[in-house]
Design a binder for this molecule. Structure first.
Ligand code: GLN
Length: 456
């Protein structure tokens, strides 16, 4: 009840949610009844979870932030949502996002603009801005988001919460609306590393409905927290940390650089050996990402034809039904991506763009592998700046894309990354939060969570 009251109190200013469940208290009562009967209700018993609206829920709308899915009610829960519910979690509502996950501010939602709880004249980041704002403002305890190129990590940084992008394949994508299938992953938001780890425990693991989900055994991500040597003088003694040189150069706010340098010193105090590491291919990530993500999205979004899902335009013929439904249903950024992707995949340009971007992706994967052979984790800012003003970059897509420089490489390499609030820069009524990004080797979320827990 207190969370719902809090949610309603701040929601008119924040607009974090596209839909709030009307059965939260009933579900909470049901969990309570089960506890009363002595049943084992699971580690998420009564935990209120926000779910990004591109993740399907059977009992609530799932619009993906798009007009084209305005009337869509999925007939099933996404696997991650099903697992949350099986462990006692309660889905409190569906959070706002940039349409289909395409954007970095949540201004690209067809429905509303979400505000940053630290300064409501600023963006919460995106595309999972609603989930980040909701956790930051304590409208829910934890939240699910999706991360194709930074959509969990950048809003975590902007809103001062913990965000985890799991390794590609750690979490089933079944029921996540596909944006760029080779990059998409469902991730977690929490107000502490421990909360984030509990949510990751719940949603990880192989799923027969997603052939790319990994069959690897899932460790208990929370077990090490109780066993951790946190009280020792140097609990991270000998941990090798690589500070990515290319992420602290020009184009990065000086306030952000100071926060990251201070975080590096803090890691040293905890016993880490911090050294600069160079990833020369780092700057190639952005163009490669935008070619690959747009190409994949142009193919994935062909399913929205006005027939199979959601809203349908009025038209005389089938071909104009498709055209008019898509013209009316998609927003401008989604159309831009479809056009770019279709162009990059077209016969005459395929080799020059798509194939070349795939080659760059391989180079990036190799350079991360080499850096992670030498280091336990890599660190960088999560974004080149703190949260900026609503409207500031809305009409400048290139400036907005450039802000994804810190995060897209990690998706191209399929690696896990954790973002931790680690300081503030000037701005807003009380300063603006800045997040540190820690990148780990594939399927080594455990190490990230351990370092993160001790760091925070
Ligand atoms: N901002 C990036 C994009 O627009 C990343 C989005 C995401 O991770 N879903 O593609």
């Amino acid at each position: 009840e207190s969370y719902l009251a809090r949610l309603r109190l701040v929601e008119p200013r924040l607009n974090s949610f596209l839909h709030v469940s009307d059965s939260v208290l009933r579900e909470a009562q049901a969990v309570d009844d089960r506890i009363g009967r002595g049943e084992d209700v699971g580690p998420l018993a009564g935990v209120l979870v926000g779910v990004k609206d591109n993740i399907c829920t059977a009992d609530m709308p799932s619009t993906g932030g798009s007009r084209i899915l305005e009337d869509y009610r999925p007939p099933f829960d996404a696997t991650a949502v099903r697992k949350v519910r099986e462990l006692g979690g309660i889905v409190v509502g569906k959070t706002n996002l940039d349409e289909f996950g395409m954007g970095s501010t949540t201004e690209g939602s067809a429905y509303k603009v979400t505000a940053n709880p630290w300064d409501i004249s600023r963006v919460p980041g995106g595309s999972s801005g609603g989930s980040a704002a909701a956790v930051s403002a304590r409208q829910c305890m934890v939240a699910l988001g999706s991360d194709t190129g930074g959509s969990v990590r950048q809003p975590s940084s902007f809103c001062g919460v913990v965000g985890l992008k799991p390794t590609y394949g750690r979490v089933s994508r079944y029921g996540l609306m596909a944006y760029a299938s080779s990059l998409d992953v469902i991730g977690c938001f929490g107000s502490s590393v421990a909360d984030t780890a509990i949510l990751l425990n719940a949603i990880s693991g192989h799923d027969r409905y997603d052939a790319t989900s990994s069959k690897r055994e899932v460790p208990d991500f929370i077990s090490q927290f109780t066993a951790s040597n946190i009280l020792e003088d140097k609990p991270l003694e000998g941990m090798r940390v690589g500070l990515i040189r290319e992420t602290l150069g020009s184009g990065v706010d000086s306030g952000v650089v100071s926060v990251i340098n201070a975080a590096a010193s803090h890691l040293e105090e905890l016993g880490c050996i911090v050294k600069e590491v160079s990833l020369p291919s780092f700057s190639l990530g952005l163009p490669a990402y935008y070619i690959l993500a747009s190409s994949e999205s142009s193919s994935n979004l062909s399913r929205y034809d006005g027939v199979r899902y959601g809203s349908q335009a009025v038209a005389d013929e089938l071909s104009s039904l498709y055209g008019v439904s898509r013209a009316e249903g998609f927003g401008s950024e989604v159309k831009r991506r479809i056009l770019m992707g279709t162009y990059a995949l077209s016969a005459g340009y395929y080799d020059a763009y798509y194939k070349r971007a795939q080659q760059v992706r391989t180079i990036i994967q190799k350079s991360f592998k080499a850096a992670l052979d030498e280091n336990d984790i890599l660190i960088s800012p999560a974004a080149p700046s703190a949260a900026y003003k609503i409207g500031e970059k809305k009409n400048d897509p290139l400036a907005m894309y450039a802000g994804d420089i810190m995060t897209v490489n990690v998706n191209l390499a399929g690696l896990p990354a954790l973002v931790l609030p680690s300081g503030f820069v000037d701005g807003g009524p009380s300063g603006l939060p800045v997040g540190l990004q820690m990148i780990g080797a594939a399927f080594d979320e455990e190490k990230l969570l351990k370092v993160g827990h001790i760091f925070e």
